[in-house]
Design a protein around this ligand. Structure first.
Ligand code: MGD
Ligand code: MGD
Ligand code: SF4
Ligand code: MO
Length: 709
């Protein structure tokens, strides 16, 4: 007979012979709660059930989440190690693959030094794995060159938060408070498509009268229901934020007491924003002055507001400035550290938060410790059992690693959980850089465009074949549970890294039998750091619907709301941002007269290597397209569905047109979930934010051409 899991009046039915395993989605930072349905007799995943009692997502899932289970036992899974011989992959045993890796890494490091082998990580992995990638690079390989795909994702948010608030937790408040917020200011977030299950919280608030302001060059589904849509030119967020702050000061909306007690730089900010009148701001951003004024009044009058942003505002050469300025808007209104108020970035990848805290970054060690700080190095070296002087120095950012492949500083690379030949900017250069390597190893469970270039591909497990923790969009540490045993010969990344470290003579530092042991080490490595996980345990996560870091002591229940009394800066005060408008790195010209921006659709995830294998998702969205306004299309005599050519000095692509009024007349949009000839990253600019080293994915100058038949 059937059993039921009953919570809040909603039932998950379990059929006879099946079990439900409670876990979270593998894709975005919402980390929706789900139960995966397993046929117990055959140890096979057969479906998914929503998890109605999960505190943040309450049974909601998006099209990617409900089909994610189909990737687990997918026929395309890589089931054995693969070694390239004469240009073709052949199946190999683990021993053969490890022998080859050992001899190559050893040979390259003996001849060219430890730093000649680099590591390129990712954050679709658990905290345990992400933590281990940093240790694997620095202790296993002894190299300084490690960075990760979060550089393309959360680095500007991190940079802006660190500058203004002294700490980088993506949200200053738990999102369950959002239903009590009065105003949301959202910049550069396509919320309805990219964090769909968060929408319920905004809806709840809207039902109570909350206002929504959206800053986006496109009229996204979220912008369509906004009270004000600020349809800015790509790359002009810093002008917009300065313009809003100009009005907050002018109309006396500043919380003077809060600013005086808790913030630095107010006079400097006042001087800087003085020139950003609505007229001047309108000229720079292309947004009508009345709309800017309306937004400032709504935001200024609101007793409880949350300023939110995502990659639209962050993937620019001014990304850190934009985050700092938008955060300062919240500070001027005295909103950070209060109930149902604050600032948040929409964390992108499933573990985009936790994965950036524990040492995959070129300059960072676990718990947000810094390689440049000798005390930090001493602490982590102590936990790892190495001498502080053995700790490699800082490396370089993800995109900059490709320059080092070009000049042969990096000769071998281990890519773990990323597909950079699709997801990097200017990918023709990236591909050329990867081809210049003497040796490339990729861990993945599906053959990616990057894995195709590899000498050895190692079969990793999916999120459902291993246990561990992730840290969600709010900063809440949660549990990922093992659903089935690893498929084929695949192994979890932590085991793969440990085996290689062992081959390199470092086995004693990687002697783990399960993820829990790695987590325990992470707890100690992060202890006393900003992202302090010491008080987080698997048991506590189960008991209390997750644990928000920081949790500095064993008794700590965690910290859902941060900065209630002081900021994480040295003097405890927030630093208001004083940044002028710089504009995008490229200018339009006669040859490249239009703006191109890039991003996502609801049906695909990142480089598409997972979602392009799910039939339902491919039926909904089989290929990329370029969105353009009807006036732009008619100027070029282009019809809906027609194929056109887009080009920049870096590359070109041919793609069908989607005509829509929901975009600025001077801007086109292409989603980036496809590789090779269908990749928009052939065109994008590799210009980097000077502070975060984030590429400017969100704006470049582009040429549009009608194809002659
Ligand atoms: N369906 C889906 N969901 C995802 C993902 C996915 O691949 N697919 N990926 C996850 C990840 S890793 C991430 S990082 C997030 C990304 O989440 P988002 O940042 O919300 O997604 P994007 O589509 O990259 O960009 C958001 C919006 O920025 C706008 N924009 C472009 N240029 C500018 C600008 O100059 N200023 C402003 N203010 N806006 C601009 C675009 O029009 C777009 O609507 O989504 C996560 N969720
Ligand atoms: N033009 C443009 N480019 C962009 C962006 C944009 O907005 N516009 N956004 C950027 C952003 S925000 C991001 S996050 C990046 C993402 O860029 P990528 O990191 O390249 O994206 P993914 O597709 O997630 O790549 C992850 C790969 O690892 C595999 N994988 C998934 N889970 C695991 C695991 O647990 N272990 C292992 N070993 N492999 C695993 C997947 O199959 C996939 O091949 O793209 C960036 N690129
Ligand atoms: S992709 Fe994001 S919103 Fe969709 S089900 Fe997964 S975690 Fe939830
Ligand atoms: Mo991302």
């Amino acid at each position: 007979m059937s059993q039921f899991l009953v919570k809040e009046g909603v039932k998950n039915q379990i059929r006879k012979g099946e079990k439900l395993v409670t876990t979270h989605c593998c894709y975005c930072g919402m980390q929706c709660g789900m139960h995966i349905r397993v046929d117990e007799k055959n140890n096979k995943v057969v479906g998914v059930e929503p998890r109605y009692d999960w505190v943040l997502t309450k049974g909601k899932m998006c099209p990617k989440g409900v089909t994610a289970y189909q990737t687990i036992d997918h026929p395309d899974r890589i089931k054995t190690p693969l070694i390239k011989k004469n240009g073709k992959f052949v199946e190999a045993t683990w021993d053969e693959a490890l022998d080859l890796i050992e001899s190559q890494y050893k040979g390259i490091q003996e001849n060219y030094g430890k730093d000649a082998v680099g590591v390129y990580g990712g954050v679709s992995m658990t905290n345990e794995k992400c933590y281990l990638v940093g240790k694997y690079a620095r202790v296993g390989l002894g190299t300084r060159y490690i960075d990760y795909n979060g550089r393309y994702c959360m680095s500007s948010a991190a940079g802006g938060f660190n500058k203004t608030l002294g700490m980088d937790r993506g949200s200053t408040l738990p999102w369950t408070e959002l239903e009590h917020t009065d105003t949301f200011f959202m910049a550069g977030s396509n919320t309805a498509e990219c964090h769909p299950t968060s929408i319920q919280w905004f809806w709840k608030a809207k039902d109570k009268g909350a206002k929504l302001i959206v800053a986006d060059p496109r009229e996204t589904a979220t912008a369509r229901v906004a009270d004000v849509h600020l349809d800015l030119l790509p790359g002009t967020d810093s002008a917009l934020a300065n313009g809003i702050m100009h009005l907050l000061i002018k109309h006396d909306y500043v919380d003077n007491e809060y600013v005086q007690e808790r913030c630095n730089n107010f006079e400097e900010l006042k001087d800087m924003t003085a020139k950003f009148t609505p007229e001047y701001t309108s000229k720079l951003t292309g947004v009508a002055a009345e709309k800017i004024i309306k937004a400032a009044h709504i935001f200024g009058k609101s007793p409880r507001s949350v300023v939110m942003f995502a990659r639209g505002a962050e993937q620019q050469t001014s990304g850190v400035d934009n985050v700092s300025l938008y955060t300062s808007m919240a500070l001027l209104r005295g909103q950070i550290g209060k109930f149902a108020s604050g600032v948040a970035t929409f964390t992108g990848q499933g573990n985009g938060q936790g994965g950036r805290e524990h040492g995959q970054k070129a300059d960072a060690l676990p718990g947000y410790r810094k390689i440049a700080n000798p005390k930090d190095v001493e602490h982590v070296a102590g936990v790892w059992g190495i001498k502080p002087e053995e700790m490699p120095k800082e490396g370089v950012s993800a995109y900059e690693m490709f320059h080092l492949m070009q000049n042969k500083t990096i000769r071998a690379l281990h890519v773990i959980c990323s597909n950079p030949v699709v997801s990097s900017p200017n990918i023709n250069y990236v591909q050329d850089s990867l081809e210049k390597l003497d040796f490339l190893v990729v861990n993945d469970f599906f053959m990616s465009e990057t894995a195709e270039l590899a000498d050895v591909v190692l079969p990793a497990t999916t999120w459902a074949e291993d246990e561990g923790t992730t840290t969600n969009i709010e900063g809440r540490v949660i549990r990922i549970r093992k659903v089935v045993d690893p498929i084929g010969e695949s192994k979890p990344d932590w085991e793969i890294m440990s085996m290689i470290a062992d081959r390199l003579g470092k086995g004693k530092y990687f002697d783990y039998s399960e993820p829990r042991e790695i987590f325990d080490e992470l707890r100690h490595a992060s202890k006393g750091g900003k992202a302090d996980y010491y008080g987080v345990t698997y048991e506590k996560i189960d008991e209390q619907d997750g644990v928000f870091w920081p949790a500095p002591t064993e008794d700590s229940k965690g910290t859902p709301s941060i900065f209630q009394e002081r900021f994480a800066t040295e003097d405890g005060k927030a630093n208001l941002a004083v940044c002028d408008f710089r504009g995008p790195s490229e200018v339009q010209s006669n040859e490249y007269p239009l703006w191109l921006t890039t991003g996502r659709v609801v049906f695909h995830y990142l480089s598409g290597n997972q979602t392009r294998r799910v039939d339902f998702l491919m039926e909904q969205c089989p290929e990329p397209f370029v969105e353009m306004h009807p006036e732009l299309a008619s100027k070029y005599q282009i019809e809906n569905g027609e194929r056109v050519k887009l080009s920049t000095p870096r590359g070109e692509m041919i793609t069908p047109v989607k005509i829509t009024k929901a975009i600025r007349k001077d801007t086109m949009f292409v989603p980036y979930h496809w590789g090779k000839k269908l990749a928009v990253n052939q065109l994008t600019s590799p210009a980097l934010d000077p502070f975060s080293r984030m590429p400017e994915f969100k704006v470049c100058a582009v040429k549009l051409e009608k194809l002659t038949k």
